[in-house]
Design a protein around this ligand. Structure first.
Ligand SMILES: [Zn+2]
Ligand SMILES: [Zn+2]
Length: 388
């Protein structure tokens, strides 16, 4: 992975045109007022919600981002397609940004941290920032080696379009609005809540240094992803619910796929983790969190100041170089003006000198002529030697 982008991003970095399809998809849900909904539409919406949430949790998250189990190339492509049908961009983009999230959880380098950028920014604002739209896949070389995954990532909305067309063919306009748009928007917010709510509300069993939480309601809505503190503590295992009562449907589905021979090498948390409660005594945990918060704030504000200073320096430099250009231009104009003046006055002087010289020559010539005439007259042989 290249150097992380300092101070991830701010609200100013959001590229708004990129959010237009996102807003339109939300608006499309309101078309249900005109189309209505019949039982088939509702059935499609509910099943497509669960299928696609599963595609995200079992595919995009536990397989592509964390590689918590192994599978065949065919099933891998199938997972990329099902995850892709939820219109959350391609598996490669998703895994790449998610790995950044775990590497820098809740620090200034995190792509979506409620602590750093506020709840709504962590919920969906971050998707539309310049930083996350520029794809840097250096942290997912294990995935980019498969051309079919790269192709699906390039045609990231193709699976969703296929699903949209299918809902229209089955249920007409109400099928499209309810079966596709409403369930897609619900799938989005179900997923996004893990980035926002699961870093704000819930219990922290493990001290992970970040704000990840275990939230049972979110776990039910997202097929097990709500056990997010467990997951941040032990990301490399396929299981997020560590206790029998921590319902984790995605994990059960992975076990079933393992029984069927479709997936293998399912990674498990260590017995100590499953058994133990690694919570620090509360006063120590609180103090650690305080120190962490203070540090993170200091680093964050220093980095922000640095960014501001850089911006100021850049704009000053621009101003300065503009000024520089302008003054060079002025100086050149002045110089050329002065040169013209000097040349003009030199020419004038030369003209005067030439004028004087020519006058002096004329006068000298006059005088010489007169002298010659005088001399000639004096030497005239016809002239009497002495005149009376
Ligand atoms: Zn997280
Ligand atoms: Zn994760």
């Amino acid at each position: 992975m290249n150097k992380p982008q300092p101070v991830a991003h701010s609200h100013d970095d959001i590229i708004y045109p990129g959010a237009i399809p996102f807003v339109l998809a939300h608006l499309a849900c309101f078309a249900v007022i005109w189309t209505g909904a019949n039982p088939i539409d509702i059935w499609m919406a509910v099943s497509l919600y669960w299928i696609r949430i599963w595609g995200i949790t079992a595919g995009y998250h536990r397989y592509f981002s964390h590689k918590t189990y192994s599978t065949s190339r065919w099933f891998q492509a199938f997972l990329a397609f099902v995850g892709g049908s939820s219109a959350q961009k391609g598996a490669l983009w998703w895994a790449s940004t998610h790995r950044i999230h775990h590497k820098y959880s809740d620090t200034i380098y995190d792509v979506h941290s409620p602590r750093q950028h506020g709840f709504w920014f962590a919920h969906f604002g971050w998707i539309f920032t310049k930083q996350t739209q520029e794809r840097d896949y250096s942290n997912i070389k294990d995935l980019t080696k498969y051309p079919e995954l790269v192709w699906l990532d390039k045609h990231q909305y193709m699976p969703a379009v296929v699903v949209a067309i299918a809902t229209y063919l089955i249920g007409g306009w109400s099928g499209l609005v309810v079966g596709f748009f409403i369930s897609t928007v619900a799938t989005w917010h179900g997923t996004f809540m893990i980035n926002s709510l699961a870093h704000v509300h819930g219990k922290q069993r493990f001290v992970t240094g970040d704000d990840s939480r275990n939230n049972w309601l979110l776990a039910l809505l997202t097929l097990g992803e709500g056990w997010h503190n467990n997951h941040h503590y032990y990301q490399s295992c396929a299981r997020n619910g560590f206790r029998w009562y921590e319902i984790d449907i995605t994990y059960y589905s992975i076990l079933l796929l393992e029984k069927l021979g479709i997936v293998w090498d399912v990674k498990q948390p260590s017995p100590e983790v499953l058994r133990g409660d690694r919570r620090l005594p509360k006063p120590i945990a609180d103090r650690a969190k305080e120190i962490y918060d203070a540090l993170s704030e200091t680093v964050g504000s220093a980095a922000l100041k640095g960014k501001e200073a850089l911006n100021t320096a850049t704009s000053r430099w621009d101003e300065f170089s503009e000024l520089g250009k302008a003054s060079v231009q002025l100086a050149m104009q002045d110089l050329s003006h002065r040169f013209d003046e000097a040349a003009e006055s030199a020419a004038q002087k030369t003209r005067e000198v030439v004028q004087h010289a020519s006058e002096a020559v004329d006068q000298a010539a006059e005088k010489a002529k007169a002298a010659i005439e005088d001399a000639a007259e004096a030497l005239d042989p016809n002239k009497p030697a002495y005149e009376n």
